[in-house]
Design a protein around this ligand. Structure first.
Ligand code: GLY
Length: 392
């Protein structure tokens, strides 16, 4: 459907990228297999190369890439590797040590993707276990899902409330796990939690002008709003671009799963904020849309996620609105491809220029290839090829 809104030159670009993807991903799959990649060192992925180990929130993206490629090509190597990674992730569900709200990021692109594609019952149970863990983080006084575990407040933000009262914008991408759980069990409790959380996010995380806070502090005993500390962006009140992209995609998904028009309008408001900021910066995402001009820092991953969010949004608007979102998505993808992408099949990772957080002291997390940049780039291209697996 979205291809109708893409001009001939851009379609040719999409088709060319897809051909390169087939070569690159085939080579990567053979090299990486069931390792769990994050950021390559000297062009090669290490297994669990980030200190977070098996629990780290990004560990679902490699199986997500593999399931996307399996959907597009039917090649068994992708499925076998994805199944192997999913088995490795199972420990997260049983040891209960590092699991937080990112149960969605971990298990939607792994176990739930497997279930959606193959109907595997064990994968369905893993998805349900993850959904129960996520629902268990709901705070009914404040109507929000607690984001992180104890100690995370040492890394990001300074709030008058401890981390038990923190919700963050990223969680809008985790709650689709709850919509899925209600869909397959016919039990509305999971979707209820997701909707309540999304309404609270709408009220306290998203600002009037369509920009997004990263973190909200809520008194966990009374449910009262306390503050909006800074987070992974430049400072309190600034505009962390990846958070903004989670807002666009997350609210569009909450609309898809609930049909609540308020979620659609919030997604549009956040999208328009992103589009205008990207349009004045050659369609390349800064780490923070409200940071000093120097040093110039990009986060390519924010662009790839925003593009997927815009393509999702395009599915839910009328024909005269659709072109805006599809065309903006293409411009972001093309600008990102030209500046950041590495198509050498001998090198692991495609999208360079990803930044984990603004105030990175040693630079090791600044403008580097990060696995989720690749995941969302692939999802966007496969959406435009009409070959994507719906994962969220
Ligand atoms: N969800 C964490 C991040 O976007 O960095």
């Amino acid at each position: 459907m979205q291809r109708e809104y893409v001009n001939a030159a851009d379609l040719e670009w999409v088709d060319g990228v897809y051909e390169k993807l087939l070569v690159k991903m085939r080579a990567e799959c053979e090299r990486v297999g069931t390792k769990i990649p994050y950021c390559p060192k000297d062009g090669k992925y290490e297994d669990l190369g980030y200190p977070g180990g098996i629990h780290f929130w990004t560990n679902g993206f490699w199986p997500g890439m593999l399931w996307q490629m399996y959907e597009a090509t039917g090649e068994e190597c992708y499925r076998t590797a994805a199944e192997g990674v999913e088995e490795r992730l199972e420990v997260i569900l049983t040891d209960f040590k590092g699991v937080d709200h990112d149960a969605g990021f971990l298990f939607l692109p792994s176990a739930v993707a497997n279930y959606r594609k193959t109907g595997n019952e064990t994968s369905k149970m893993r998805g349900m276990q993850a959904a129960n863990l996520l629902a268990g983080r709901f705070n009914p006084e404040g109507n929000f899902i607690r984001a992180w575990g104890d100690g995370m407040d040492a890394f990001f933000g300074k709030s008058d409330v401890d981390v038990s009262g923190w919700m963050i914008i990223d969680c809008m991408m985790n709650i689709p796990l709850l919509y899925w759980a209600s869909e397959i069990t016919k039990d509305p409790r999971y979707a209820y939690v997701a909707k309540r959380h999304a309404k609270t996010a709408q009220r306290y995380v998203i600002r009037e002008d369509g920009s997004s806070n990263h973190i909200v502090g809520i008194n966990p005993n009374t449910g009262e709003f306390v503050d909006n500390p800074g987070g992974q962006g430049y400072e309190k009140g600034s505009s962390w671009s990846r958070g903004q992209s989670w807002a666009v995609y997350g609210f569009a998904l909450s609309y898809r799963h609930t049909g609540d028009e308020e979620f659609l309008n919030t997604a549009k408001k956040c999208a328009h904020y992103c589009i205008s900021n990207l349009a004045v910066n050659d369609w390349l995402p800064l780490v923070d849309y409200r940071a000093p001009e120097e040093p110039l820092k990009y986060d390519s991953t924010a662009g790839m996620i925003t593009a997927c969010g815009l393509l999702e949004l395009a599915e839910h608007v009328g024909e005269h609105e659709r072109k805006l979102y599809v065309e903006a998505a293409i411009r972001i993808l093309k600008a990102g491809d030209a500046k950041f992408n590495n198509w050498d099949p001998e090198v692991d990772s495609i999208v360079d220029g990803g930044t984990f957080f603004y105030h990175d002291k040693d630079g090791s997390n600044t403008e580097v290839p990060i696995i989720y940049g690749d995941y969302y780039f692939i999802e966007a291209i496969l959406r435009l090829k009409e070959k994507a697996l719906f994962i969220w």
